[in-house]
Design a protein around this ligand. Structure first.
Ligand code: NAD
Length: 443
């Protein structure tokens, strides 16, 4: 099948590579010229395990190509995906300007009927608005084309995007009217070999499904963080509580790790956007509000521990920071807890020596000009001449540390862990003071 995808970010690019890998012919369009030129050389503009190999293989096989020419993209295929960003607007609602820019482009260039599949996370009613918009533009131009618009929200996770696309747990298809699902079965057949993955519903339910899924996951994180804060005050250990509740099959172990809050490009913006949608529908979403405010507070948690330890005086201190991305296996720092901490430390006159396995380039893009940030090449180098160590992302290779070296390097022999990756007693035995989340400090 021939497919065009607008947007070559985490969603569009991964989807393109996976669709090409199973044999479809894919044209990707992006307005970012630098990105398209990188992609045409087989270079992935973002870090995602396995993605670059898929890109190179499918470029070489001629099943994948990249262009900035929107007209070429629209002409290439009947099936057109929209996978552009829907960032938060000033009031927290989803900024739909990119989605509707693509909609305009499709209306402008289409000479035959298209199936427009919206993968961007978009407020309830968007598929219907896109359909109405396409029809209105065509009507103004006295043209008539039978445009079909479908909502097909994406559930991939940054860090395992290729795997999630190749082995989706479900594929939500939101179609209004008489559902003709043949095309989608054909499109997604290679990803549904074990069992039927398609769940077909109306477009408004599909759109709400995406927001509901992210809100549920964010709720679990804020819930365990609330319990962690309580555990600290009650002398309990949140890691024990996590194991205790996770063993209940109705609860399970996923998304109940206490930490310094959720970040990334999806949870924060989607929870905010759903609150706006609710308000517009005349409903006060109390639970969503609480999820967001608990997370906001949690992002300041590590800083509060640091400030308390130093009796409020951080001026001139140097902090080694391990982990900048909002979670492991990605270079994405959007809404990352690291940004809250770094900015809070700088505001108090502290300096930072930071290392992240993948997000160094992104950190340099965001903060490269600062004199109070030193981006270094390894986690060991970050420790040089630092007063304390702070851990903000649970990258696998941070889990084993040379505590002898940590003790030797750190002037103040103290570790602040925002992800609970170490055992408190172990660090105490190693002669280090240790603050984590939802557990009593040691040392
Ligand atoms: P992104 O910001 O990484 O990429 C968006 C891309 O769209 C950029 O390369 C941008 O240049 C391009 N673009 C903007 N306007 C364009 C236009 N008019 N024509 C062509 N290209 C254009 O975004 P993303 O993370 O891939 O997210 C895309 C959508 O998918 C969002 O709605 C997001 O909420 C949703 N989503 C993201 C994830 C995730 O983990 N990142 C997961 C599920 C759903």
């Amino acid at each position: 099948m021939k497919i065009t995808i607008f947007g070559t970010g985490y969603v569009g690019l991964t989807q393109a590579a996976c669709l090409a890998e199973v044999g479809h012919s894919v044209c990707c369009v992006d307005t970012d010229e630098h990105r398209i030129s990188q992609l045409n050389q087989g270079l992935s503009p973002l870090y995602e395990p396995g993605l670059e190999a898929l890109l190179r293989g499918n470029l070489a096989a001629g099943r994948l190509h990249f262009t900035t020419d929107a007209g070429e993209g629209v002409a290439f295929a009947k099936v057109i995906f929209i996978a552009v960003g829907t960032p938060p607007d000033e009031d927290g609602s989803a900024d739909m300007r990119y989605v509707f820019a693509v909609t305009d482009t499709i209306a402008e260039h289409a000479v035959d009927a298209k199936v427009v599949i919206n993968k961007s996370t978009s407020p309830v009613g968007t598929a219907q608005r896109i359909k109405a918009h396409l029809d209105a533009v065509l009507a103004r131009q006295r043209r008539q084309l039978d445009m079909q618009v479908v909502s097909n929200p994406e559930f991939l996770k940054e860090g395992s995007a290729v795997d999630d696309c190749m082995r989706p747990e479900r594929i939500i298809i939101g179609i209004d009217g008489e559902p003709d699902t043949e095309l989608f079965r054909e499109l997604y057949k290679p990803f549904s070999r074990n069992h039927e993955k398609l769940i077909v519903m109306d477009s408004r339910s599909a759109e709400l499904t995406k927001y509901a899924a992210n809100s549920m996951l964010a709720t679990r994180i804020s819930f365990i963080n609330e319990m962690a804060n309580l555990a600290e005050r009650l002398g309990a250990d949140i890691e024990m509580v996590r194991k205790g509740i996770g063993s209940d099959s109705r609860i399970g172990y996923d998304f109940i790790y206490a930490g310094c809050g959720y970040g990334g490009s999806c949870f924060p913006k989607d929870i905010q956007a759903l609150q706006r949608t609710a308000a517009e529908a005349g409903y006060h979403p109390q639970l969503l509000e609480a999820v967001e405010s608990v997370n906001h507070r949690q992002k300041h948690k590590v800083f509060e521990n640091i400030k308390r330890h130093y009796n409020g005086d951080l001026n001139g201190k140097t902090f080694a920071v391990w982990g900048l991305s909002f979670k492991p296996n990605t270079d994405d720092m959007r809404e990352a807890p690291s940004r809250v901490l770094l900015e809070a430390l700088w505001a108090e006159g502290a300096r930072v020596r930071a290392f992240d396995p993948e997000a160094m380039q992104e950190a340099s893009r965001l903060y490269g000009a600062r004199l109070d940030l030193h981006l270094v090449d390894s986690k060991e180098e970050a420790l040089d001449n630092a007063h304390a160590l702070v851990i903000l992302t649970e990258w696998l290779n941070f889990r084993i540390a040379d505590f002898g070296l940590v003790r030797q390097c750190l002037h103040d022999k103290v570790v602040f862990d925002g992800r609970n990756i170490f055992e408190p007693l172990h660090l105490a035995r190693e002669g280090l003071a240790y603050y984590s989340i939802g557990r009593a400090p040691v040392g």
